[in-house]
Design a protein around this ligand. Structure first.
Ligand code: B16
Ligand code: MG
Length: 222
């Protein structure tokens, strides 16, 4: 079996927007009188906007009505947009461009499967938007990560079979999404966190395409 596409997550894989999500969610949590730690932020990695707010409300045992819920979402996103305003190509993680050029040379398609509704804006600011063959739309899928929907929609957009795709993720929910999509999961981060991933590299600089190819091929033949 061959690899037709590599589908990347955005936050935590190509750039570090987690810190900006943290600042914006902490402001909302404090406004609601809820403590919000780095551990809480870790639990929200890869989790979409609505479910992130539900997590904070549940932590504070707080109930809000539908319009208050929408207002809080809007407030968090406006704050987040202000924080990411200065993102530029220097915020791209080391190793990403090198990895993309290897994939291009090998004729392997590149996709983006982010849970973020701001993903297009972020890749535009990073200067990498033209490098993707297809960018998934988080607003257009029915279920967010850990459901497979966003990864499957990208495979469809790329016109490739899911079992010929590699997914790259930094979050546990994202690795689950990749595997539910019947793709091969590569984790970026810590092995003891991303226990379900087939292969884990500490950072994108250490992403070793030959190792991915070898593990993918050996798995395909077993
Ligand atoms: P937004 P990813 C995810 O992006 C983030 O990890 C997560 O923290 C965030 O809440 C989610 O996007 C939604 O983002 O509010 O911008 O729509 O890791 O899937 O690229
Ligand atoms: Mg992520």
């Amino acid at each position: 079996m061959k690899i037709d596409a590599v589908i990347f997550d955005l936050d935590g894989v190509l750039t570090d927007t987690a810190e900006f999500h943290f600042i914006a969610w902490r402001a909302i949590a404090h406004k609601l009188g809820v403590e919000f730690s780095k551990e809480d932020n870790e639990a929200l990695k890869g989790v979409d906007r609505e479910d992130s707010l539900k997590y904070i409300l549940a932590k504070g045992k707080i109930t809000v009505n539908a319009s208050e819920f929408e207002e809080l979402l809007k407030e968090k996103n406006n704050h987040y947009l202000t924080l990411i305003n200065d993102i530029n190509p220097s915020h791209l993680f080391d190793g990403v461009l090198h990895c993309f050029s290897i994939l291009k040379k090998a004729n392997i398609k590149i996709g983006l499967a982010s849970a973020s509704k701001n993903a297009s804006l972020v890749i535009n600011k990073l200067g990498i938007d033209s490098l993707f063959d297809f960018v998934g739309d988080a607003a257009a899928v029915a279920h967010s990560k850990p459901a497979p929907d966003i990864f499957l929609s990208v495979a469809q957009g790329l016109n490739v079979a899911p079992h010929n795709c590699i997914g790259v993720e930094d979050a546990v929910a994202g690795v689950t999404a990749i595997q539910s999509a019947k793709m091969f999961a590569v984790g970026i981060g810590e092995r003891h966190v991303l226990t379900q991933a087939e292969l884990v590299f500490p950072t994108m600089s250490e992403f070793d395409f030959n190792a991915v190819l070898a593990t993918f091929s050996s798995r395909s033949t077993t």
